[in-house]
Design a protein around this ligand. Sequence first.
Ligand code: CA
Ligand code: CA
Length: 279
Amino acid sequence: MAPAFVRRRRGAVAGAAVLVWCSSASAVAPTWSETVSSGPVSATLTTTYGNAADAMLRADDLELVVTRQGGGTPAKWHGRAFAPWGPEQAIVSRAGAVRVVDVTGDGEAEVLVDIYTGGAHCCSVSYVAWRADRSPRYRMRGVRWGNIAPSLIDVNADGALEFVGVDDRFAYAFGPYAVAEFPARVWSLAKDGPAVTTPRYHSYAMAAMRSSWSIFLAHRRRGDPTMGALAAYLANASNVGGVAVRGGWARARRVTGASGTRTMQTIEHRLRGWGYRTR
Ligand SMILES: [Ca+2]
Ligand SMILES: [Ca+2]
């Protein structure tokens, strides 16, 4: 016997979503499933879990099936397809773990699966399934966002959505997490999957640079450690590019003075190693 309830809700993005939760008194692990559709694209995320009362589900047996009306055989990923971040350690939210949304703005919906690997902060991971160049074949790739999951917004109002988050490498690089500051990071869904494209969004990078300078000054006024905030500011300056890079470093050196030489060297070494421009 598998007593079940079926709850229907309107999809946050488009189309209707159906949540089916079946629990069983037998030893077989209960199954949780959510289906979200948008236009001809439908995605079903299924997993088994251990504790029916949990708001979050341990994704021990994650499976994603994407079907497209008139699109032939459904695309399916299971188990190790979600490596290296899942499914063994993954936690899936009961609400909104799977999204079907046109990320690229071309009228064709893509599929997003959001999981959390557990722990106090880390890590948010999304799996993106998309059809490159309208190929009948779906591809899927995971992106590890780190401590902060990005927002999906149209940064430059061109109709395509961007994943707007932060560079998580800054989490513990310049001190404890409590005083960490993060530079902006933007990913776009390109032909080969999500790609970091932050410098393309000049106005956004500029706003992030200005904001991070204010944050640095606030840290300094409070007497908090400032290296993380300064590093974030200089990474944002690199994303702005052009004269902002040299200007940013000159400004940072002015405020840190001779006593800050070692700090600036540490930041420069790290940022350069991560691919940021430092001159
Ligand atoms: Ca699309
Ligand atoms: Ca856009």
